[in-house]
Every structure is written in structure tokens, then in C-alpha cells.
Ligand binder design. Sequence first.
Ligand SMILES: NC(=O)c1ccc[n+]([C@@H]2O[C@H](COP(=O)([O-])OP(=O)(O)OC[C@H]3O[C@@H](n4cnc5c(N)ncnc54)[C@H](OP(=O)(O)O)[C@@H]3O)[C@@H](O)[C@H]2O)c1
Length: 447
Amino acid sequence: MSGEEAPARQQQESAEDKTENPPTEEPPSEAAQEGEPSPAEEPADEPAAATPDRAPVAPDEEVFSYRALFLTGYGGYDKVKLQVKKGKPSLKNAEVLVRVKACGLNFAELLGRQGMYELLPSPPVTPGMECSGVIEALGEEVTDRKVGDRVLVLSRHGLWQEVVVVPASHTFIMPESMSFEEAAALPVNYLTAYMMLFEMANVRAGQSILIHMAAGGVGIAATQLCQLLEDVTVFGTASASKHETIGQGGVTHPIDYRTRDYAEEIRKISPKGLDIVLDPLGGSDTQKAFSLLKPMGTLIVFGAANCVTGQKKNLLAVAKTWYNQFTINTLRLMHANKAVCGFHLGYLSDEDELITQTMTRLLELYTQGKIKPRIDSTYHFEQVGDAMRRMHERNNIGKVILLPEPKKEEEKPESNPEPAETEDKKEEEKDENKMETGTEEVKREEN
Ligand SMILES: NC(=O)c1ccc[n+]([C@@H]2O[C@H](COP(=O)([O-])OP(=O)(O)OC[C@H]3O[C@@H](n4cnc5c(N)ncnc54)[C@H](OP(=O)(O)O)[C@@H]3O)[C@@H](O)[C@H]2O)c1
């Protein structure tokens, strides 16, 4: 799609129009949602509260409506609902209005749905930390963006909507060759991977590194970034069905952590240990990571995926992860000659200069063909539960993308059709069957 493409749907007439009507948001309260049909079944592109006896509204408000996902409470997939917001969002001087084409799904949103992501405000709230789209309106002070610009957007939350209003400084111009799906897949995964590898760990040619969740969004980004250097040995843990793909992507030694002790496997190949371990798991895996480091090695802790075992919050897993959390005193650290770091992109959101510099570098690397987000699958907003299920069930290879545009009838989730994935394709077909069942399950829960 070109950047010149006309804005979609209701918005066409208003690209230059900076109307300041606040939106009429209708996030459902938990109680109000009880007994309602699943959003997956509801034709959601109808105004949410089109009741005949409502107060008269201004014509613009009547016309302008947009789809948004809401987290309505903590729990399973059914807690994320598709709603329609009415009224044009107001635009401050330094902001832009973006018509969203694609959004990224991150592990943080799985945690958020279970009430375990501290940077997501309490429900009802719209999640979404990254998206891509086309600028449709500009605040008065914005001079470095124009209507029609194709941009990717980064934010703490709130981007899973058809229309978003964000500071212009949180938008980045997409390279011409980049698709909206790729643009939505890039910010969180690649910023995280790049900053950990090049800012914190200072990865260098000839080093060795362990990347957990190597077939996931951050894992694939980190593996690609390692290829910028000569002779980096990448150990990558992933489910066995993904090994061929991650091997082709640059993982030197794929390890099936589900059937083998990955620490033992690594020691067999690299008895002296590793230069860098990226740890998104937490709990006992952080201890293993520390012990796998060579002297002068660096461990970066950046997640606690071990707390998550499925759709619903598992208190036992949370307790076990916390109980096994790795602690070390500085004296022992000194004697070990090792570095332990923590990384959290969410807490860097005020570091505009650092983010902009890094994003500029990443977009250059994309344009040079040195990095390329791998899209696992795309789901429409009404299929958000299926999208989350794909990650919870550990089936994704790369990024899961959400599309705001309504699903056309009989359209199936689109998966990456690369030939190397024949095995995975078969698995995916099985997954799709599971997904159908999963949607049924949500229906039953809601009735
Ligand atoms: N600190 C930060 O700033 C930051 C930013 C982004 C992401 N992260 C962290 O990085 C990690 C990866 O995030 P992502 O968004 O790229 O997700 P992702 O890797 O795409 O997550 C899904 C994949 O992870 C693997 N996995 C391992 N343990 C899992 C579990 N308990 N539940 C579900 N899947 C599990 C599965 O693949 P396999 O079975 O094949 O391994 C699954 O397919 C997460 O821990 C996330 O919190 C941190």
C-alpha cells in the first residue's frame, strides 16, 4: 500500500480537519459485560450505543466512529473485547492522528491480560504498545510530519485502535519498502534486542550468546542483529518444530528446552561457557544463566515468562518463579567477574533521544536489508483471543500481528507461507482447528 493511499472509511473528509471533539468512549464495565456475546461473534462495526433515545449528537460525532480493543478485566481471552468508540479524538498541538493499519502483539499484553504487567493501567483500558498506519491530521505545532505519511508508532499502551492520537515524536517514518505488518512488528522487539545487545552487553565479533525464546519476536530480532557481526555463535532455545527455521535465520545451535537440559547441551559444545545470556524467563533459569557465563560475561534479565503457563493466571507458577528468583551480593559478583543487568523498554519511554537514535539505526538496517521482521501470522481485531492463544500455546515463529480492519467472511488467519515451514504449516492447520474450538470455549464461558 502506498503512503499516498486515501484514508479509509469514515475519515476521508477530515484529513485536514482538526476538530477537537472528545471521543465518546464506551468501555464496558465488567458487570455490564456479563452475559454479552463474545466480540468475535458480534458484528462490531455498528456503533456501540446506537439507541434511539440518546441525546442528539453533533454530525461529526455521529459520523466518526472507530474500532478499539479493550481489556475489560483480568483473566482469559474473553477479557479482551472489541468495542466501537464514537466521536473524533481531540488533537493537541504536538500530536498527530494516525489511521492504524496493523498492531503488534507482545508477551507483555499476555501478562497484562492476567494482571501482571505493571505499566498497563487497570481495566478498562486499551492495550497496544506498537502500531503502524497513515497520518490523517496534524496538531498545529507539528512541522516534521505531513498528512499521508506512513509511520510506525511506539507507546506505553493504547494503540490497539483503528485511530490513535499520539505525540508526533512517538512516530517514525516507515521506509518505502516496509509493509504495515513489518512496521508494527519492529519497534518493541528490535529496540529491546538492539539495546540489550549493543548498549548493555556490547556484543562483539567472535562471542557466544544464549537467546531464549529464539523463535519469538525478540528472539528472532536478536538473532538477526547478531548477524551484523562476524562469527557470533548463537545458542537458541525453542520448541523442536521451529529449529529448521531459526537455524536458517542464524541460530548456530538450536536446543529443544522442552526435552533436554539446555545448560548441559551448551556445556557439551562450549565447556568454558558463554559471553552473553539474554534471559526473558526468570526464576531458576536466571540462576542457570549466571552459571553459564564465562568470566567477563554479561547476563541481561528482561522478562519473567516462567510466570505464564496458559490462558489464566497460574499462582503456583508465579510463586515458584519468585521463590527461585536469582539474587546475588556485590561481593560474590566481584569474585565471579560477571555482570548482571536488567532491561525494560517500558521504563525507557521518557528517553526520547535514545529511542529515536536507536529507531533511526534500526530503520537504516532495515533499508540496507540487514534486518527484517518475520511475521508469524495476522489476525483481525475480532480474533484477538486466537492471536493470544497462538503465543500462549507456543506456536508462533516471529511476530503475531493484529489488524483493525474488520474480518471479511470466511477469511482465515494468514500465516507466513515460506516453504521451509512445511512441518509448521501442518501444525498450524492443527492449531487453526484448535482455535475454532477455542472460540467456542469463549462463547460457552460467556453464555
Ligand atoms: N524487558 C523488555 O523491555 C521486554 C520487551 C519485549 C519483550 N520482553 C520479554 O521477552 C520475552 C519474549 O517476548 P515476545 O513478545 O518476543 O514473545 P514471544 O517470544 O513471541 O513469545 C512466545 C514464544 O515464547 C516461547 N515461550 C517460552 N516460555 C513461554 C511461556 N511461558 N508462555 C508462552 N510462550 C513461551 C514459545 O516458543 P518456544 O516454545 O518455541 O520457545 C512461544 O512461542 C517475554 O518474556 C517478554 O516479556 C521484554
